[in-house]
Design a protein around this ligand. Structure first.
Ligand SMILES: C[S@@+](CC[C@H](N)C(=O)[O-])C[C@H]1O[C@@H](n2cnc3c(N)ncnc32)[C@H](O)[C@@H]1O
Length: 238
């Protein structure tokens, strides 16, 4: 496998550097902050893709690979491409794949805004908590549409602000007063966890995202709120 090098073209270089920096504590903090709920969200998101034998699956913004590895757990015969601009996140994904004895995968450094793949090369794609980090959301979505086969499906998981006022207050308090300081202290990177808390707070509502998915070309978009609307699962069909 060629050496992995972080890619900044197309992406926001500061965001890529930030994920490189926090990569070593990313998984541990993720589990801690979500109290394990993220696993349930991922499991259901992958299930919604109805994976079948020999499907080629793109895990965009793969990070340390949890979505791709869940795909292998649900369907032993898929091939996944773990795609992310942060080489350090992908290196951790590679180590995890070896521990899990998963072999049918490839690692590729790159940004969603410029996916290094031919048109219509994937049966499925997934993006978990990644679209918020795209430098140009519209271009990233158009690229995901381009590399998907006709009739193919993609799933997107993201925190969305469509929750009741009460849940929104509880969630924002938790993010600002627990996630931001604890994440900052454990990862030794206060800026990174401030960025994560801020981007979660200012991300557009599901209705705006649904319009963007249609504008990128997707013919069908189904949105399912998760855990009182803290996050939303979007199932897109080409
Ligand atoms: C919050 S992590 C999510 C990782 C993984 N999908 C998960 O669920 O744990 C966001 C990921 O988006 C990646 N990212 C940042 N900018 C990106 C871009 N322009 N295109 C694709 N991925 C990007 C980061 O490197 C990081 O690994």
């Amino acid at each position: 496998m060629p050496e992995l090098v972080s890619v900044k073209e197309g992406a926001n270089p500061k965001v890529v550097e930030m994920f490189d920096r926090i990569s070593s504590t990313y998984d541990k903090l993720n589990r801690f902050f979500s109290l394990g709920v993220d696993r349930l969200w991922r499991r259901a998101a992958v299930k919604s893709l109805a994976l079948g034998p020999r499907m080629r699956v793109l895990d965009c913004s793969a990070g340390t690979g949890d979505m791709a590895f869940e795909a292998h757990r649900q369907c032993s015969d898929v091939h996944t491409t773990l795609f992310d601009p942060s080489a350090k996140m992908l290196k951790l994904a590679d180590e995890k794949a070896k521990r899990l004895q998963i072999t049918a995968y490839a690692l590729k450094c790159g940004a969603a805004e410029r996916i290094d793949a031919a048109d219509q090369s994937y049966d499925r794609f997934m993006v978990a908590f990644g679209i918020r980090n795209f430098q140009d959301l519209g271009t990233g979505l158009t690229e995901l549409y381009r590399v998907l086969k006709p009739g193919g499906k993609g799933v997107i998981l993201e925190f969305t602000p469509d929750r009741s006022k009460f849940i929104d207050k509880v969630f924002k308090t938790y993010m600002w007063w627990v996630m931001r300081p604890v994440g900052g202290a454990v990862s030794d990177d206060r800026e990174a966890y401030k960025y994560l808390a801020e981007t979660i707070q200012r991300f557009p509502a599901s209705t705006t995202l649904i319009a963007k998915f249609h504008a990128a070309g997707f013919s069908k978009v189904e949105a399912t709120p998760l855990s009182f609307g803290i996050a939303t699962r979007f199932l897109l069909t080409k």
